[in-house]
Structure formats: structure tokens, C-alpha cells
Design a protein around this ligand. Structure first.
Ligand code: R5P
Length: 303
């Protein structure tokens, strides 16, 4: 019997399938459902005793997912798993990393403490590290933060002529700079002022010298779409062509994807950290390497 058991939570099957062969794990089965009173029922249907169990659950819309996840982690341990890890390609609750208004909760820290209390390790992709420099500042378990930049750069190199990477705000510079370097392209950063949950204002430094380039907006998260939509508007107002919009994490709240397409964006491309029709960029190999590193397995050899 293979010692590593990958347990996908509902909605995470294709990612788990793609990872299993890369990390030499067996795929197991769980049942998650609601009782009529909306409490969560969980059951692990594969043997876990003495094994390393990896729960696979991307954490967009986290509030509905967290109770089943916590219960499955506890159940795995209770049933004798040797170690319980979490593969969460999108890690939620990273943006409220500061008390912006008196009385607010610093939920990035509380969420980190909660997960750290039930799993032994965590692998994720491009967590929104802004005021925290590393996950270990808030998580008390070993963590691997995989960077999607190499996969995004590779996609840009093979799909877009003469790209100009544009970050919609200062926080996006870490992604824009890394992707631009990998794609061998220049980048610039816009200035953003956030007026509310869904309202942002963005200004554009002089862009005249880049008119012969394909504008490529890049951000880590596209949630309400407000940041991208405002940036698309700015670029269109100065006469640039419809920009390609790339997000690492396709959170897309409500109608955000349709709104972004309707705002004058060109194509929208995201990584498959959250399943979505806009997924174009596969992070499977990078994520698998992050898991191998957490499990202290040797890196896979190139084919
Ligand atoms: C924030 O700093 C992030 O990097 C993104 O810019 C932000 O999360 C995007 O959110 P929204 O799509 O709601 O504007």
C-alpha cells in the first residue's frame, strides 16, 4: 500500500488526480454532506492508519469549507494517520492582515492559528503576503508557498507577442516583477486607491512609450474584479488595446468574470488554483514540487 494518501474534498478531484501521479500518492475517498440542520457530516472511506494523509481543498469561499476540512483533519488523526497535511492551492483569509479600523479582527492570523491547530503542514500557491513576509509569521506549522510565476511566464512567452506586464497596484509588484523577469518583458505598476470593498481608483503613469506592446495586467487575486476593471478602464482611456488580464487565483465573486470581460478586457487567463472556465495556466508541476518538498521527497527528475 502506498504510504501517501491524497484525499480530495468535494470539487477538488481533478487537481488531486493531476497531483497523485506526480507525488506518487494514492487517491482516497471522503464523503462530505450536510445534515438537515446544516451541520457537516464527514467520513473517510480509505484506510489512513500509519499513513501520511494530504487533504486537498482549495479555500475560495472558505466559510462553507472550513468545518468539513477541520473535521476531516481530526478524523484522519483520530483514525491513526501518522501525519496530516493540507494542500490548499488558494489560501483564504490572507488579506485582512492588519487592523485597518478600530475593533476589526486580524483574520489572517486567526485563520492561520485555526489551520495550524489541525494540520501538520501546508502547501499553497502565491498566498497574499503583503504585510506578512512569510507564512511562518502567522502559521505555526511547516509551510510551502509555491510561486506560480514560472508557469505564468511560460504561458505568456508561448501565447503573447511583445508583452508589457502591468501591475494594477503596488501590492501586485511582486507578481508583475517575477513574471516579467521570467517572460523577458518589461513591467510597470499603476497607482491604486481603494475606496471600499468594491470601489477602487487607479492612475496610470506615462504609457506612451509602450504602445507597440501587448498590455498584460497581472494580479494575484481577482475577487470583485474592481481592481482589474479600473485598470482596464485606465489603459483603454489612454488608447492602449484591450489588455490580457491574468490572475493567479480566479476567485471571481458574483458576476466579476462577466463584468471584467464586459469592461473592455481582452482575454482573461487564470491559474488552476481555483477551478474556473478562465483557467489556462497549469500549476500542477509547481504544486507537486511544493508537496514533495514538504514531504521531504527528492525533487522529481525531468522527463
Ligand atoms: C489586493 O491587494 C490584491 O492583490 C488584489 O488586487 C485584490 O485582492 C483584488 O480584489 P478585487 O478583485 O476585489 O479588486
Amino acid at each position: 500500500m502506498n504510504n501517501t494518501l491524497l484525499l480530495p474534498l468535494p470539487g477538488n478531484d481533478s487537481l488531486a488526480d493531476a497531483l497523485a501521479t506526480r507525488i506518487d500518492a494514492e487517491i482516497g475517498k471522503v464523503t462530505v454532506r450536510r445534515f438537515p440542520d446544516r451541520e457537516s457530516y464527514v467520513r473517510i472511506e480509505s484506510p489512513v492508519e500509519g499513513r501520511t494523509v494530504l487533504l486537498c481543498c482549495t479555500l475560495d469561499r472558505p466559510d462553507d469549507k472550513i468545518m468539513p476540512l477541520l473535521f476531516l483533519a481530526e478524523a484522519a488523526r483520530d483514525l491513526g494517520a501518522e501525519k496530516v497535511g493540507l494542500v490548499a492551492p488558494y489560501l483564504a483569509y490572507m488579506r485582512q492582515d492588519h487592523r485597518f479600523q478600530p475593533g476589526e479582527g486580524i483574520t489572517s492570523f486567526y485563520f492561520a492559528q485555526l489551520l495550524s491547530s489541525v494540520v501538520d503542514g501546508l502547501v499553497t500557491v502565491d498566498p497574499h503576503l503583503h504585510r506578512h513576509r512569510s507564512l511562518e509569521e502567522i502559521y505555526s506549522i511547516p509551510c510551502r508557498a509555491v510561486r506560480a510565476a514560472p508557469a505564468i511566464s511560460n504561458w505568456i512567452r508561448t501565447h503573447l507577442p511583445r508583452p508589457l506586464l502591468i501591475g494594477p497596484d503596488r501590492e501586485s509588484e511582486q507578481w508583475a516583477a517575477a513574471v516579467a523577469a521570467g517572460a523577458g518583458a518589461p513591467y510597470l505598476i499603476l497607482e491604486k486607491i481603494r475606496r471600499g470593498d468594491r470601489e477602487v481608483e487607479i492612475s496610470l503613469p506615462m504609457a506612451d512609450r509602450w504602445r507597440d506592446r501587448t498590455p498584460v495586467l497581472i494580479d494575484d487575486i481577482i475577487s470583485s474584479g474592481g481592481t482589474m476593471i479600473e485598470a482596464v478602464g485606465q489603459l483603454r482611456r489612454v488608447g492602449l488595446p484591450p489588455p490580457v488580464c491574468i490572475g493567479v487565483h480566479a476567485v471571481f465573486a458574483d458576476q466579476a468574470h462577466a463584468d471584467l470581460l464586459a469592461s473592455g478586457a481582452g482575454q482573461v487567463a487564470t491559474c488552476n488554483t481555483i477551478p474556473h472556465p478562465s483557467n489556462r495556466i497549469d500549476i500542477g508541476d509547481l504544486l507537486a514540487e511544493g508537496i514533495r518538498s514538504l514531504l521531504t521527497l527528492p525533487p522529481s527528475s525531468p522527463e
